[in-house]
Design a binder for this molecule. Structure first.
Ligand code: HEC
Length: 189
């Protein structure tokens, strides 16, 4: 639409509004469109009304925290999976006993964060799989051979194309997850 046309249609709208409103009882006044809606009906004037919304899933999911974010429960020095870190990772000791409470908590976290890719029983057949790279079977020999510390670290820092979940799954919850994965592995022996 040219600016002239725009101005004309805007003028018409205002005029129509004025006519309607002048012939209104108090009741009708409240039912009349607000000037804000009338003005926003003209695309040219709607820029303030139709603002640019935040699109949280546009770039990456899960969304990582802003660099430098410090967790409220304190931070733990990073220990990502690298060749040099492997001995330290494998020496991490699981401080959480595999009690039924721990397994329950692990199952709960698993269903929220992991099942979507790794599948309900860990076989790498979650609902995203037809569209996403198939994740490894967590009950296969490979994952069975990992130390608890290594699985804990994959959860915390991610590995390859598996995203890091350390900012979402914190502290003991990572060990509860390790305990639950051991149960999945035992179940499919
Ligand atoms: C977005 C999909 C996705 C999600 C969600 C996900 N993973 Fe993964 N996971 C992968 C992929 C892909 C790999 C293979 C990464 C690689 O090649 O290094 C993987 C690898 C792993 C491995 C190593 C398996 C092996 O045999 O080497 C473990 C253990 C694991 N994930 C556990 C988890 C846990 C626990 C969660 C939940 C906190 C989780 N994953 C969430 C995709 C995912």
């Amino acid at each position: 639409m040219k600016a002239n046309g725009l101005l004309r249609s805007f003028g018409l709208l205002i005029a129509a509004g004025a006519v309607t409103l002048s012939a209104c009882s108090r009741e009708q006044w409240h039912r009349a469109p607000s000037p804000d809606d009338v003005i926003a009906a003209v695309p040219w004037f709607a820029v303030m009304k139709r603002s640019i919304a935040v699109a949280p899933y546009r770039n990456v999911a899960p969304r990582p925290p802003v660099p430098g974010t410090v967790p409220v429960d304190g931070s733990e020095p990073p220990l990502p999976i690298t060749r040099d870190n492997l001995p330290r990772i494998d020496r991490l000791v699981n401080p959480v006993q595999r009690t039924s409470e721990s397994i329950e908590r692990g199952r709960d976290r698993y269903q929220i964060y992991c099942q979507v890719c790794h599948g309900p029983e860990g076989h790498g057949d979650g609902p995203v799989v037809p569209k996403f790279f198939p994740p490894p079977d967590l009950t296969a020999q490979q994952a069975r051979s990992y130390t608890d510390g290594y699985i804990y670290t994959i959860i915390r820092h991610g590995r390859g194309i598996m995203p890091a979940y350390g900012d979402k799954i914190r502290g003991e919850d990572r060990w509860h997850l390790v305990n639950y994965i051991r149960v999945l592995q035992g179940a499919s022996r």
